[in-house]
Design a protein around this ligand. Structure first.
Ligand code: HEM
Length: 353
């Protein structure tokens, strides 16, 4: 009898612990995917793509965990401007300066671009030119989150790379500045079908990484932002003695390199670095979401995955649209190496005829 009772108790514990988990997993699995994307897209053409990327990034982050933040931000900047098409990776051309040269992208880490090209080389040498740069960026962003302590999740794959980069104006118009208040953020992200929960969850990306002084010194000088904690303001004034200081500081003062929910605890203590962060706690429409994420990390993780999955599918190119770049920084038609390989191929074929 005692055995039956303890067995029933075990079942109850299991049901309580496991069923909410299953609901979360089901919710992710059933989130609608854009046409042409699938979590198993490379199952037959490049089954090892995700393990190759994970293995390499583990090595990179072991040496320098800061790179995780650079890769996560790169995916955000790719998706918000012209969709997740790796256009942010393209070098400038005769047609004009690249997206990379637009002001919000100047602080993207150069190393992040190099890591993506290294990953592309590893993946293409295993499978050939079948995996897009935009998918590599999306997988690398997921791995950056996971390997810094955040949630694991499946990334819908099958994106293709864009043929053109966006103009400087389009880049500026699509990436809200850090001085944005919640109204500006909600309106900007609503245009991309992202709701208030998505906005608060995605801003949680600021749980890792750094910022340059110039992104927030308007909160210190000439007058101090009253929503900024005094001790943090004093520290920031030491780090950034002038408005144009080139110094940097961490985004999350509690756990700067760990992907956790401490960013929201910071906001509740007036320790958000940007207006766009701190105002999420000051605005009645988003305050409760911040509080809920600060007290419940699993809830933050769950909503972050939902929002990242939505962001990762913004205006994606699929099927026969775009191309699979042979070099993430150059479109194939401008790729001298690729053009000469194709020419050689054609020459060899005509010689054989
Ligand atoms: C919602 C509006 C957002 C604004 C206004 C914003 C603004 C900024 C700014 C100004 C920086 C610092 C740049 C610098 O001075 O070096 C930054 C860094 C960063 N952002 Fe955002 N961001 C936003 C959304 C996001 C999203 C959606 C993510 C990812 C999910 C994200 C991830 C990051 C990361 C990881 C860093 C640190 C990068 C590094 O250390 O290299 N941000 N953001």
């Amino acid at each position: 009898m005692a055995r039956v009772k303890s067995f029933t108790f075990l079942l109850l514990v299991q049901a309580l612990l496991i069923s909410p988990l299953l609901c979360v997993l089901e919710a992710h699995a059933s989130a609608p995917l854009s046409k042409g994307l699938s979590r198993k897209f490379y199952q037959s053409t490049c089954p090892k793509v995700e393990s190759i990327i994970r293995k390499h990034l583990k090595k990179v982050f072991k040496r320098d965990i800061d790179q995780a933040a650079g890769l996560l931000r790169l995916h955000f900047h790719d998706c918000f401007v012209q969709g997740c098409d790796a256009s942010v990776l393209l070098d400038g051309s005769a047609s004009g300066p690249s997206e990379q040269q637009a002001p919000p992208n100047l602080s993207l880490r150069k190393r992040a671009f190099e890591i993506v090209n290294d990953l592309r080389e590893l993946v293409h040498s295993e499978c050939g030119r079948v995996v897009s740069c935009s998918d590599i960026v999306a997988i690398a962003a997921r791995d950056s989150v996971y390997l810094s302590g955040g949630p694991e999740y499946g990334v819908p794959l099958g994106r293709r790379d864009g043929l053109n980069f966006a103009t400087q104006n389009a880049t500026l118009a699509n990436l809200p500045p850090p001085s944005s208040n919640t109204t500006v953020l909600l309106n900007a992200l609503a245009q991309k079908n992202l709701d208030a929960t998505d906005v608060v969850a995605l801003s949680g990306g600021h749980t890792i990484g750094i910022s340059h002084c110039t992104s927030f010194t308007d909160r210190l000088y000439p007058t101090q932002d009253p929503t900024l904690d005094q001790t943090l303001a004093d520290d920031l004034k030491t780090i950034c003695p002038t408005t144009n200081s080139t110094n940097t500081t961490v985004l999350d003062i509690r756990t700067p390199n760990i992907f956790d929910n401490k960013y929201y605890v910071n906001l509740m203590n007036r320790q958000g670095l940007f207006v766009s962060d701190q105002d999420l706690y000051m605005d009645a429409r988003t305050k409760d979401i911040v509080t809920n994420f600060a007290v419940n990390e699993s809830l933050f993780f769950e909503k972050f995955v939902v929002a990242m999955t939505k962001m990762g599918q913004l205006s994606v190119l699929t099927g026969t649209q775009g191309e699979i770049r042979a070099n993430c920084s150059v479109r194939n038609s401008d790729n001298i190496y690729l053009v000469s390989v194709v020419d050689e191929d054609l020459e060899t074929k005509s010689e054989l005829r």
